[in-house]
Design a protein around this ligand. Structure first.
Ligand code: NAD
Length: 480
């Protein structure tokens, strides 16, 4: 899809301008239904975190009295609005964060609209026996406090909101400051859907200026009964130490193994398609490859055919200096400036000029090289040659760092596939397809942008945001 820079600039000017210097004295004014930023009312958005929580609390008290049918009516409108406004949110996300690709973000929003489960995800269990009837129902937590990433900002807000509201909860977001306007757009969309469906407003709220302080208020507030955190290791650890029920969806570094039984041409293309999706921003995207020596040359050939540009080891070391910086404890970490950028721009930094057809920077690496071990979130892919599948599995498990997030394998040998799946223990394991098949894009299963490995909910949906409540009736309510 062709989207001109001019169109993008137009949207930024209209919606994101308030983030820039000239707008800084224009403080958003609180109105009954949200804040006004740059002439636009953002429903559900508040200047004060305590007010946002209070509003979400009041909305939850109304929501719990509504029928599933009414919740579904809202979800249907939300799905329609997401489809209609997917392009606008995609352009806004790219312009505000400078990361990712518009055409892929459009697709991500469409999948959120089409494949995020609603109330059908809530299933009541019943047991009847000599002693009567037992019902186990999925009940709301109440108000959920959620943190969202800069990598899938509006997608996460929308997907979380549908699932949480389907489960009978309301939600307050403390969005990533680097993707604020994109996130607030999504919060407003959810509120517009509620208004159109005749449901209470403020089922989805956010704070206009999220900071660590507002996050702290959210975490400690007595009305917040559950936390849901989608982001890197720092924020997940902070939420899991809160003493509250928390869903933690953390970092990954998904390895790919390709053995000699795979369809190598397809594997090469699938890996590049997955690795370059939204410029490698998704946490599930292919981050490093372990290829059996016997097929490595052929695989690299097909990756190049699919749009990868192979650089030498010297060039790789030069690129490390661009995209990595010194982090804490003397360890290298990513230079955020290059996260989610186009391969073409990244290559330019080391003096290589290529056209738009190049979508991935490919290099051969050793197991302990930074490009293998660090979660880059850039369209840079390291390939490590390995003598056999057991070595590949050992190295891949190590590179995944125990995140138990996502892994991929291209193989037709079911023993190899099973062995790697068992050893790596990831929440998502994709066989013979691009990584995005794991979240329902071109694969079976529902879509989510909150994949909770550390806390075990897996690919979250409405049921993840519920608590089980039992009701028993003794000696009655049986029909046999
Ligand atoms: P990030 O960790 O920089 O930020 C996430 C949110 O947490 C932001 O709102 C940020 O302001 C806040 N935050 C950061 N540290 C905090 C702390 N100590 N206390 C309170 N709040 C804090 O995330 P990002 O860079 O936008 O996203 C990228 C990371 O998120 C990657 O590691 C990626 O793998 C991961 N991710 C995981 C999933 C998943 O479903 N498992 C989905 C998307 C992204």
């Amino acid at each position: 899809m062709d989207i001109s820079n001019k169109e993008i600039e137009e949207i930024v000017r209209k919606v994101v301008a308030n983030m820039s210097g000239d707008e800084q004295d224009a403080q958003p004014a609180t109105v009954a239904t949200g804040v006004v930023i740059n002439g636009k009312t953002y429903h559900g958005v508040f200047n004060d975190m305590n007010e946002a929580i209070e509003a979400a609390y009041q909305a939850q008290r109304k929501l719990r009295d509504l029928s599933f049918e009414e919740r579904e009516k809202f979800i249907t409108v939300a799905r329609r609005l997401i489809m209609e406004e997917a392009e606008e949110m995609a352009k806004l996300g790219v312009s505000e964060t400078g990361m990712g690709r518009v055409e892929h973000k459009i697709l991500k929003h469409r999948y959120v609209a089409m494949k995020t489960p609603g109330t059908e995800d809530l299933v009541t269990e019943a047991i009847s026996g000599d002693k009567g009837l037992m019902l186990l129902e999925m009940a709301p937590y109440g108000v959920i406090g959620a943190m969202t990433p800069s990598t899938n900002p509006s997608e996460t807000v929308l997907c979380n909101s549908i699932g949480m509201i389907a489960g009978g909860n309301t939600v307050v977001f403390n969005p990533h400051p680097n993707a604020l306007m994109t996130s607030l757009y999504a919060v407003d969309l959810i509120n517009r859907a509620a208004i159109e469906a005749g449901l209470p407003q403020n089922m989805c709220c956010a704070v206009a200026k999220p900071t660590m302080e507002t996050s702290d208020i959210m975490v400690k507030h007595p009305y917040i009964k559950m936390l849901c955190c989608t982001g890197g290791p720092g924020v997940v650890k902070a939420m899991l130490s809160s003493g509250k029920k928390a869903i933690g969806a953390g970092a990954g570094n998904p390895p790919v193994i390709v053995d000699e039984t795979a369809d190598i041409a397809k594997a090469g293309k699938d890996i590049i398609d997955g690795c370059t999706f939204d410029n490698n921003l998704p946490c599930i995207a292919e981050k490093e490859v372990f290829a059996l020596e016997a097929i490595a040359d052929e695989l690299i050939h097909h990756m190049i055919q699919a749009g990868a540009y192979l650089i030498s080891r010297e060039q790789m070391l030069e690129l490390e200096k661009v995209v990595l910086v010194d982090g804490k404890n003397g360890k290298k970490t990513i230079n955020k400036k290059w996260v989610g950028r186009d391969a073409k721009l990244i290559l330019k930094q080391i003096g290589i000029n290529v056209g738009d057809e190049i979508r991935c920077v490919l290099c051969e690496a050793q197991e302990m090289d930074h490009f293998v071990q660090i979660e880059l979130m850039m369209p840079i892919l390291a390939v490590v040659r390995v003598p056999d599948v057991d070595t590949a599995i050992k190295m891949a498990v190590k590179a995944e760092h125990g995140n138990r997030h996502t892994a991929h394998m291209h193989s037709k040998n079911i023993d190899n596939l099973s062995k790697f799946a068992r050893e790596v223990e990831t929440t998502i394991f994709v066989k013979n397809a691009p990584s995005y098949a794991g979240i329902g894009v071109g694969g079976e299963g529902h879509c989510t942008f909150t994949i909770a490995g550390p806390t075990g909910e897996g690919l979250t949906s409405a049921r993840s945001f519920t608590r089980k409540r039992r009701c028993v009736m003794v000696d009655s309510f049986r029909i046999v």
